[in-house]
Ligand binder design. Structure first.
Ligand SMILES: [Zn+2]
Ligand SMILES: [Zn+2]
Length: 215
């Protein structure tokens, strides 16, 4: 299986730069300090999968030149991973297709609440047309492309990571249970963040410190 993987965003939940932040990184002109919210595009043949649709989803689809999506995998319910879902309307209209979202039951419940208008009985014309496909920790396929969900922890919140072929993506992760190691073993590319580490807290404290200096 030959895959093309594009990191669409690698920023924090607030993105980099962060609104109103005077810190060195947020004020930097280095293009590496311009980071959209976390998301990744995985392409295999004619199949395009995106992992997460955060607030920057629209720009990420435009910047990557994505013209169709066969599947949207959602790692967890936080807004920085889901807020852009409404913009699948463009794919609905242009390609005359429904958006296939793959998420676990708790995330589906949250998406139904967050985007209640899209799932209401009486549909206003032009609403996002989304099919919610319930997944768990068992492998599944999107258009013949095998996906292995990996259970990880985001502090107390269970999150799903995904392995597609040799590529493994774990976002918002500060703990990987040992019984998941075998799913990751042998990956050629592993993307893993380390949220809620000491470093993250130091950055948060640094931001607060700067703010207190300004006040
Ligand atoms: Zn900053
Ligand atoms: Zn999160």
């Amino acid at each position: 299986m030959s895959l093309r993987v594009t990191i669409l965003g690698s920023g924090t939940s607030l993105g980099v730069p962060m609104i109103a932040c005077p810190c060195m990184v947020c004020q930097s002109s280095n293009p590496k300090d311009k980071r959209l919210r976390s998301s990744v595009l995985v392409q295999s043949g004619e199949t395009n999968l995106v992992i997460d649709t955060g607030p920057d989803f629209r720009m990420q689809m435009l910047q990557s030149g994505t013209t169709h999506l066969e599947g949207i995998l959602i790692t967890h319910c936080h807004k920085d991973h889901t807020a852009g879902l409404d913009d699948v309307r463009a794919f609905n209209w242009i390609n005359n297709t429904k958006a296939h979202v793959y998420a676990e039951a708790s995330v589906i419940k949250s998406l139904r609440q967050e985007f209640a208008y899209a799932f209401s009985e009486s549909k206003y014309p032009g609403l996002p047309d989304i099919i919610l496909n319930k997944i768990d920790e068992q492998p599944f396929e999107v258009e013949g492309l095998p996906v292995i969900p990996i259970r990880v922890m985001h502090h107390l919140l269970p999150v799903l990571g995904f392995r597609i072929g040799d590529f493994c993506y774990l976002t918002d992760t500060n703990h990987v249970p040992e019984n998941q190691f075998s799913k990751i073993r042998g990956s050629k590319v592993l993307v893993v963040d380390a949220c809620a580490t000491k470093r993250t807290f130091h950055i948060l404290i640094y931001h607060r410190h700067l703010n207190s200096l300004r006040n």
